[in-house]
Design a protein around this ligand. Structure first.
Ligand code: ADP
Ligand code: MG
Length: 311
């Protein structure tokens, strides 16, 4: 009885098989990227080498390259999602090397950027905000945007950088600008944190003994760039004002850590808000002390304009 090997040999030498094989080989060799590769390395490659590597070449032509065949990362058809092959020569055979495709590169960069921006009680959608979206014809936007650009440019070079105190009525886009700043900073690799003050205060109040809250306060103190959103919209006890907010601001002043604020109040209205109803002399002094720190940390910019939430 003939061996299986002989059978196979016969089959592979049969006319039908050879025709199919040669057809396939021709198709593979006529692929544009394969042609370029073979042309580029023609001194190192002979027919024998192509025959030996046909499996790899076949794999190469069936994969998507430079995301040509995928509209987004989810639709990536490759064996390794998000990776596309290039042809290389390794030990006298043609082989494949898989690298991240452009969409995977962009996706990973975006994930990394998002991980630099921490939000406490601020909706993540605000991270879609970009400085280019801000209409510079609206009152004071040009001033705010150019101060933000200066800030981002100088961050890391000037260690006495002031943040901004953006104030104005409800819906003019104060929080939106914070989101845009966070994005600009993340592009430079600078971590920031947006904290919605009323919710932060509420949570601290309801769980004084909670260990995680101490951790949260510490994170807020130490983050390279802090953004306190909607200060003045909270109801603050004197403990919260002096021992929490006061100490966060004091720490950031001493460590030269930039801090941004948004508020519906201008400085004098915020001072009034922090003074409470008793209006004792001590309360006034304490409110003034907080205001001193805010003035030290941030440049006030008033934002006027329409309420975008009614659109
Ligand atoms: P504020 O914090 O001043 O109350 P927001 O920043 O929350 O206002 O803005 C109100 C709404 O308008 C939000 O839904 C926000 O996403 C949108 N918005 C604000 N500024 C812009 C802008 N420049 N381009 C597009 N949408 C904006
Ligand atoms: Mg807001």
């Amino acid at each position: 009885m003939e061996s299986l090997q002989n059978h196979l040999k016969q089959f592979m030498n049969s006319k039908g098989f050879r025709e199919t094989y040669l057809n396939l080989k021709q198709q593979i060799k006529s692929d544009k990227d394969v042609r370029l590769f073979l042309e580029k390395h023609k001194n190192q490659i002979d027919e024998h080498m192509i025959d030996r590597s046909l499996g790899k070449l076949y794999e190469f032509v069936t994969q998507s390259k430079f995301c040509r065949e995928c509209r987004n990362l989810d639709e990536c058809k490759n064996i390794l999602k998000g990776y596309h092959p290039t042809l290389i020569i390794e030990r006298k055979t043609i082989d494949l090397k898989y690298d991240k495709c452009p969409r995977k590169e962009a996706y990973d960069a975006r994930k990394k950027q998002e991980s630099l921006i921490k939000c406490m009680y601020v909706p993540k959608e605000i991270l879609n905000a970009h400085l280019e979206d801000i209409d510079l014809n609206e009152p004071n936007r040009l001033k705010a945007v150019s101060l933000v650009q200066d800030f981002v440019e100088q961050y890391g070079q000037n260690d006495r950088l002031k943040g901004l105190y953006l104030y104005g009525s409800f819906g003019v886009g104060k929080t939106f600008i914070l989101g845009a700043i966070a994005n600009e900073l993340a592009e430079k690799g600078v971590p920031s944190m947006l904290v919605y003050v009323p919710e932060f205060v509420r949570e601290l109040k309801s769980a004084l003994q909670d260990h995680s809250l101490n951790e949260k306060i510490d994170a807020v103190k130490k983050i390279p760039v802090l953004m306190l959103d909607d200060i003045g919209a909270e109801s603050m006890s004197s403990w919260m004002r002096d021992d929490i907010l006061g100490s966060i601001l004091q720490f950031r002043m001493l460590e030269n850590l930039p801090t941004f604020f948004t508020s519906n109040f201008d400085f004098s209205e915020l001072e009034h808000h922090l003074t409470y109803s008793q209006k004792g002399e001590i309360e006034q002094l304490k409110a003034k002390r907080i205001m001193e720190r805010i003035r030290f940390l941030a440049i006030p910019v008033e934002l006027k304009g329409k309420n975008r939430r009614q659109e």
